[in-house]
Design a protein around this ligand. Structure first.
Ligand SMILES: [Zn+2]
Length: 483
């Protein structure tokens, strides 16, 4: 088996991947909050996890992948820690509830609606579904148990119905983000916000929060009625579905602190064992060189991409053009360029086997070896795409090219086997496609009336637009003419 290298945020190094159990690699991905559409910045992070999974599968591993659904709402009500590295959104209320009230719907209905939308977006991007999408609301018991355990170990304390993690008691705090206690103390001194005065120390974060009256989502607990914190959710669900110690945890770079730092504190504090071997974080998607921020109204969704006539897989291609750790600037121009390139690939694939085949040429083993090395080198997808294009221009016969390309597509996920249909989906061909469909209909009815003269005339018109009509027993088929 070939070696796979991944950059581990925890060690700040690119290291050789060693699975805990060779039979099955276990991955946890922080999933969406389902009270609104997810934006393409979130999707870039899920695409990174998808490539990771595909690379592992390509290398012959079995993979168990868990992606949680946050249907409780983040509880980042802490303006002090949000000033520290990473944390950017501050919500003083549960957004699921706010949205439910606004629309006159129940939180459950809203979560269901947006979960479906999220799954549809992932499907449009050819993201392989996780093996399980556990919901936070279905793991409240596990979160309470974990919280109870942390109190028993002296790592958490309850004040007035809310339970806080006593960060000072966990000696490895800061190992992931570098936000160690002494650094945090200095930062917090400068900020000095005492909105939650029950806390012993302002760095402490809530594991369980007392529910105010009228708070719709609330559960009974040993500390009275309340609801869980966001961080405890991922510790509880990952350990339930993957065990106390698993291989890889993924997220966006803004999850490093406080979310993932706090997950480590909760899980390792609770088990006394290492929690995750490799922490993998994807870079932000920028718009006009700024972080995509919902409050500034600068976010885009897959629906918007489709509405503008783009193939969602062009967005997938765009993300493959940059390394997952680097920040990627999104613009409609960059998407258009990605789409043009992807369409060239589709066009090239659909032209294969149309007379260019010349056997006894070079084989593809060098390309396959280089492709494997690129994807195994910390998922270097820009390099992998480079190899794809080198292959298209190479002196290899068409059949072998296609075979290798279809193999590579198990990682790329660009739906290359449907290249012919995919290609006509693109924006510049959209009008042509509508015209051709109209012509095909006319030709069909001409043939039904045995008007072969008209049928041939229409065939020529279609040919002038770049497509050959082939009559088969399943009806008329289109084939792109390659010049
Ligand atoms: Zn998470």
């Amino acid at each position: 088996m070939a070696d796979i290298f991944l950059t581990n945020t925890l060690t700040r190094k690119k290291e050789k991947f060693k699975p805990i159990n060779r039979k099955e690699v276990k991955i946890y991905t922080c999933g969406p909050t389902v009270y609104r559409d997810i934006h393409i910045g979130n999707l870039r992070s899920y695409l990174m996890a998808d490539i990771l999974k595909r690379v592992l599968l390509y290398n012959g591993f079995s993979v168990k992948h868990i992606k949680n659904i946050t249907d409780v709402g983040h509880m980042r009500s802490d303006p002090t820690t949000s000033r520290l590295r990473g944390a950017s959104e501050t919500a003083a209320f549960d957004p699921v509830i706010a949205e439910a009230l606004k629309k006159g719907k129940t939180p459950h209905e809203i979560a269901k609606e947006y979960t479906k939308k999220f799954r549809d977006d992932e499907k449009a991007l050819n993201i392989l579904p996780a093996d399980n999408f556990p919901k936070a609301t279905e793991h409240i018991t596990e979160m309470i148990e974990l919280t109870k355990g942390l109190i028993e170990k002296g790592l958490a304390y309850e004040t007035n119905g809310t339970v806080y993690y006593n960060v000072k008691k966990f000696k490895n705090y800061g190992q992931l983000s570098g936000n160690t206690l002494d650094k945090m103390d200095k930062l917090l001194e400068a900020v000095r916000v005492s909105s939650e005065s029950d806390k012993k120390k302002s760095v402490d974060f809530a594991l369980w929060k007392k529910a105010d009256e009228g708070h719709i989502l609330q559960w009974d607990s040993p500390w009275g009625k309340g609801y869980p914190g966001w961080h405890i959710e991922c510790s509880a669900m990952s350990m339930k579905h993957l065990g106390d110690h698993f291989d890889i945890h993924t997220g966006g770079e803004d999850n490093i602190f406080p979310h993932h730092e706090n997950e480590i504190a909760q899980s390792e504090g609770s088990t006394g064992k290492p929690f995750v071997n490799i922490w993998l974080h994807g870079g932000w998607l920028l718009i006009d060189s700024k972080k995509m921020a919902r409050r500034e109204g600068e976010t885009f969704t897959i629906s918007e991409i489709v509405e503008k006539g783009y193939n969602p897989l062009s967005f997938r291609y765009l993300t493959l053009m940059a390394h997952y750790r680097s920040r990627l600037n999104f613009s409609w121009d960059s998407l258009k360029q990605a789409e043009t390139t992807l369409n060239n690939l589709y066009r090239w694939v659909s032209g294969l086997g149309q007379g260019f085949g010349d056997k006894n040429k070079k084989d593809t083993s060098d390309f396959e070896q280089n492709f494997l090395e690129a994807i195994n080198d910390d998922m270097d997808m820009p390099k992998a795409l480079d190899i794809v294009w080198q292959l298209t221009k190479s002196d290899v016969d068409d059949d072998s090219k296609l075979k290798s390309l279809l193999k590579f597509d198990k990682v790329l996920g660009l739906d290359i086997q449907n290249a012919e249909q995919m290609e006509v989906k693109n924006i510049s061909d959209r009008i042509t496609k509508i015209e051709i469909e109209k012509l095909l209909k006319e030709r069909k009815s001409a043939r039904e009336k045995d008007d072969f003269k008209l049928s041939d005339k229409i065939r020529d018109e279609i040919k002038a637009k770049g497509y050959e009509v082939v009559d088969s027993k399943d009806g008329q088929k289109l084939k792109r003419i390659i010049n």
